[in-house]
Design a binder for this molecule. Structure first.
Ligand code: ATP
Ligand code: MG
Length: 450
């Protein structure tokens, strides 16, 4: 068998007869000549199948989109007039001399690069994920997780795997999925919070990337019921500002990595990478609320969080006044934050914590955590939680914990904002929402659940 060459490498084989494998991306007919754009994992190239190459023509002249092929042929420079400078390999083509069909495909329900509704896109994901656009989005997403791990490893963090089945609801809140666990009720983890904190006592600095589950019964363009949380947690911090600094450097690292490795994908998507400022601007929630009142007349001063429209307003404000697409919002009221939240001794009632907003949406929540056993127990009691239920987690604090903190970053939200898609579902390979687990949940099933 001929050795397979990747399409990205064919420029090193001009004049040679080589074999490539891939999928038919597009087929065009020009008189008796068939043009095939063949796609493999690395790139695409145009293949010319002409009648005079009888072996090739016999096998390949009937191919249709998404058929899976092996083609052998000669790599040639294209004639001056047929060069396409806008695409990779636009100056090359393969003249097929023989071919083999590995697998035929059914007629596609629509042309692959055709504009379709999100609904149709989601119904046909095994096919629609094969588009240039989707492949660009998810290559970028893969690089984000890679760079996330790369940066943290370089900074002394150890990667950990944490359970997704848990006995107690980590945040002590609503929106948790229940699970029948051998006759007991277990839950799907809403975050890796407890485990990454426990692991600070082991490794000081840890990170994990994994799925988390939120039974949020609303349908928005920024919520999923299963999403990927990029988390880190670190010990020996002075305050939440150390976490903000670490996240700033991490964003810088991720953006530099994307610039280096995904330039073509950003071009495909017509998307622009942000600059990460040396210091991302930070404002207290109350300051922002005052500002919103002053500038727009809208009074949101006692709200515990910013509404989506205020997050968008803040984006415009930060871009105009600080030239930054990122902004930290700090000091949320402690009453609305989880029981492990550290209160700012210089600003009682408010948390040593932050959200990071990017292009008008919250992508991260982070902060310092309570590390003192007695304070943590007290905080649980204040929130009406029974410390006995958390005795397992509390051991970490009983046996000594350093001042620490960390964050959780929503991978799909970051991806969506980076690549410029409106709906988070487009930045999620197989989104789960209230109405869909791969296929739409039927009306009948929905009623039964209620
Ligand atoms: P929001 O207020 O926007 O609903 P949250 O404050 O409830 O989010 P956190 O618990 O702070 O969310 O989660 C940390 C990060 O995880 C968020 O900043 C966001 O990037 C992401 N995230 C949270 N919930 C979802 C969700 N349902 N779908 C997708 N990403 C989410
Ligand atoms: Mg949050």
């Amino acid at each position: 068998m001929e050795k397979r060459i990747l399409i990205s490498d064919i420029k090193n084989h001009i004049g040679e007869t080589i074999t490539i494998n891939g999928f038919v991306d597009l087929r065009r007919d020009h008189g008796k000549i068939v043009f095939i754009d063949l796609r493999d994992r690395s790139a695409k190239v145009q293949i010319v199948v002409s009648e005079r190459n009888t072996d090739a023509y016999g096998v390949l002249s009937g191919v249709k989109p998404e058929w899976v092929l092996s083609v052998t042929g000669v790599i040639k420079k294209r004639g001056e007039k047929t060069i396409n400078p806008n695409v990779f390999n636009g100056d090359l083509e393969m003249e097929a001399t023989s071919g083999e069909i590995f697998q035929m495909a059914e007629e596609l329900p629509f042309e692959k690069e055709q504009e379709i509704t999100l609904e149709t896109y989601l119904n046909y994901l095994p096919l629609t994920l094969r588009t240039d656009r989707a492949r660009a989005i998810f290559r970028i997403q893969a690089r984000i997780t890679d760079a996330f791990g790369g940066f943290l490893r370089e900074n002394g963090f150890t990667e950990i795997q944490v359970p997704k089945i848990i006995g107690e609801d980590a945040e002590g809140g609503a929106n948790v999925f229940n699970l029948d666990y051998f006759g007991h009720i277990a839950h799907l983890a809403q975050s890796p919070q407890f485990y990454k904190q426990i692991m600070v006592g082991v490794f000081e600095r840890v990170f994990c990337a994994g799925n988390v589950y939120r039974a949020e019964p609303h349908s928005t363009t920024r919520h999923l019921n299963e999403y990927t949380s990029l988390d880190f947690e670190m010990g020996f911090i002075k305050s939440h500002e150390d976490i903000m600094e670490m996240e700033t450097r991490m964003m810088e690292y991720i953006m530099a990595d994307l610039k280096k490795n995904c330039a073509e994908d950003f071009k495909t998507l017509n998307a622009v990478l942000p600059d990460v400022p040396e210091k991302i601007p930070a404002m207290k929630l109350r300051e922002i609320q005052e500002l919103i009142k002053k500038e727009t007349g809208e009074d949101c001063c006692n709200a515990p969080d910013l509404e989506p429209k205020h997050e968008r307003w803040l984006y415009d404000y930060a871009l105009k006044n600080f030239g930054s697409e990122f902004i930290f919002v700090t000091h949320f009221p402690i009453s609305k934050r989880p029981m492990y939240t550290y209160e700012d001794e210089n600003d009682p009632g408010y948390a040593k914590g932050f959200d990071l907003l990017f292009r008008g949406i919250e992508i991260t929540t982070g902060g310092q955590r309570i590390h003192d056993y007695n304070k943590l127990v007290e905080s649980m009691e204040k929130k009406g939680l029974d410390p006995k239920k958390f005795s397992y987690y509390l051991q970490a604090f009983k046996y000594g914990m350093p001042p620490h903190g960390g964050l959780g970053l929503g991978l799909e939200r970051l991806t969506a904002k980076l690549v410029g898609v409106e709906n988070i579902r487009e930045a999620t390979l197989f989104p789960r929402d209230m109405h869909r687990i791969d296929t739409l949940l039927s009306e009948e099933k929905k009623e039964k659940k209620d």
